[in-house]
Design a binder for this molecule. Structure first.
Ligand code: 0WD
Length: 255
């Protein structure tokens, strides 16, 4: 029983117990899903393994999205772990050089532009290519975006441009994969203090600004993002694809 009973999926982007991917994994597990995790590099392996154990989840291996062979290997391991195939993939990965998450967007270097777009945007398409082959009965792909894709936000800079491209790719992937009953959606989460967020200049001010201005007068938690994610990977949302859902205490209506 449970909203996600019988569903199997892969979660990319757990770095620690503050990661949004962890909030989503907890919800998916509570609702009955079976999970597999990847980790990025040996340092994170030690963090991810005990977390995976808490949810009876498999750890299928290292996956650095800048290395296509490691993406292939992670999906091959996922296919071996779930011979029946998978029903969902949760993509919670982004990166930009910290030095460029402050000051003016105009200063972005070509090297960091390429790297940020590769890791924060193209990787979702790279993941979709591999996931398609393991989703024999349809499925659900989910990624994480931010309001800085839609509007200028202080310090978000090249990440805003990467998230805009990511949101566009959600729509293109939804169109490509719809005939196979694979749905593609994103959650636009409000600011949450995570490892990745700590790289953004003045992040504490952004959190405060949201507390003062969001309709619900607060920020959101990884558990709240997790519950919405559980809905998006469940059959409850079976009529939805190509959608960007805001889980941001309503900030997008005022900001
Ligand atoms: O306020 C926030 N925290 C928001 C985050 C608001 C709205 C959206 N998001 C997005 C992020 O942009 C990202 O797409 O949510 C997603 C998850 O981010 P997070 O939970 O905030 O951050 P974190 O716990 O740091 O996880 C991101 C992880 C990396 O962690 P670190 O901090 O070590 O870079 O992305 C992974 C890595 O585990 N990652 C990679 N994975 C594979 N290959 C790579 C890579 N090359 N680079 C980063």
């Amino acid at each position: 029983t449970g909203l996600l009973a019988g569903k199997r999926g892969l979660v990319l982007g757990v770095a620690n117990n503050r990661s949004i991917a962890w909030g989503i994994a907890k919800s998916a597990h509570q609702h009955g899903a079976q999970l597999a995790f990847t980790y990025q590099g040996e340092a994170l392996k030690k963090r991810v393994e005990p977390l995976a154990r808490e949810l009876d989840a498999a750890v299928v291996g290292h996956c650095d999205v800048t290395d296509p062979a490691s993406i292939d290997a992670a999906f091959e391991a996922t296919g071996r772990h779930f011979p029946e195939g998978i029903d969902f993939v949760i993509h919670c990965i982004a990166f930009s050089d910290k030095d460029e998450l402050t000051g003016r967007y105009i200063e972005t270097s070509e090297a960091n532009f390429s790297k940020s777009l590769l890791i924060s945007c193209y990787s979702f398409t790279a993941v979709a290519q591999r996931a398609e082959k393991l989703m024999r009965n349809g499925g659900s792909l989910l990624t994480l975006t931010y309001y800085g894709a839609e509007k200028w936000m202080p310090h978000y800079n090249v990440m805003g441009v990467a998230k805009a491209a990511l949101e566009a790719s959600v729509r293109y992937l939804a169109a490509d994969l719809g005939p196979q009953k694979i749905r593609v959606n994103a959650i636009s989460a409000g600011p949450i203090k995570t490892l990745a967020a700590s790289g953004i200049g003045d992040f504490r001010y952004i959190l405060k600004w949201n507390e003062y201005n969001a309709p619900l007068r607060r920020t959101v938690t990884i558990d709240e993002v997790g519950e919405t994610a559980a809905y998006l990977i469940s059959d409850m949302s079976r009529g939805m694809t190509g959608e960007i859902l805001h889980v941001d205490a309503g900030y997008h209506v005022v900001g």
